[in-house]
Ligand binder design. Structure first.
Ligand code: AP5
Length: 206
């Protein structure tokens, strides 16, 4: 399966994708994570995109499309998390032949609380919530024991900008896939376990 997961910032795209990867061995490709890795490694690309990402803006379509296309090369099954999120990006990946597009539908007031309580491990690979998905040991990643941190773009001003960008750029992508008949919508407001159960049912995964 080639699956895209779309939804507003904090809707749970990464959380769902992480569980699908673990249970069904579908490679989880997060556009945001690929870009953050460039920033962590302090590459030329990373230096260029850091300010845009920290403010909650979108990285250029050309750059993010190139990074993701490189990552999916020669892979038959994967989950694209957070890509495409602009119409130009969606129109540029026709050749990938995506099978399903999962839309995590959550009201904005719910996602603000999720982002405010989100913590990520130092390596950026695993994410938690101080109330809804706490780590076993406070402040430490269950998987690698690294300290849990708050993402820079989870600051209030950056969250506001991410929502603005989502409404203007990403909503049309959701409509684009709806018209193509690929969109599957899941109400992602309940707790993580319930949402994951609904996702598996909707994707007909057992
Ligand atoms: P990205 O990392 O993709 O950020 P995002 O889309 O804003 O999504 P988030 O990672 O914030 O949230 P999520 O939906 O994955 O939720 P999560 O599972 O973490 O992108 C970051 C930046 O990179 C962008 O702003 C942009 O600059 C750039 N970028 C990325 N893709 C790009 C593209 N295609 N084009 C251009 N630029 C791009 O969950 C959030 C919190 O809620 C966690 O704490 C989690 O534990 C908790 N939680 C999850 N599910 C539930 C639940 N059901 N109930 C309660 N809590 C829950």
């Amino acid at each position: 399966m080639k699956l895209i997961i779309l939804g507003p910032p904090g809707s749970g795209k990464g959380t769902v994708a992480e569980r699908l990867e673990k249970e069904f061995h579908l490679k989880h490709i997060s556009a945001g994570e690929l870009l953050r890795e460039e920033v962590r490694k302090d590459t030329l690309i990373g230096r260029d995109i850091k300010p845009v990402m920290e403010k909650g803006g979108l990285v250029s379509n050309q750059l993010v499309s190139a990074v993701v296309k490189l990552e999916v090369q020669n892979k038959k099954q994967y989950i694209l998390d957070g890509f495409p999120r602009a119409l130009e990006q969606a129109k540029g990946i026709g050749e990938l032949k995506i099978n399903k597009v999962l839309y995590l539908d959550v009201p904005l007031n719910v996602v603000v609380e999720r982002l405010a309580g989100r913590r990520v491990c130092k390596k950026g690979l695993h994410n938690y919530h101080i109330n809804y998905l706490p780590p076993k040991k406070a402040g430490k990643c269950d998987w690698d024991g690294t300290p849990l941190l708050r993402r820079k773009d989870d600051a209030p001003a950056a969250i506001r900008e991410r929502f603005r960008v989502y409404q203007h750029e990403t909503r049309p992508v959701i409509e684009y896939y709806r018209k193509k008949g690929l969109l599957l919508t899941v109400d992602a407001t309940p707790d993580p376990e319930t949402v994951y159960g609904k996702v598996k049912k909707t994707l007909r995964l057992k």
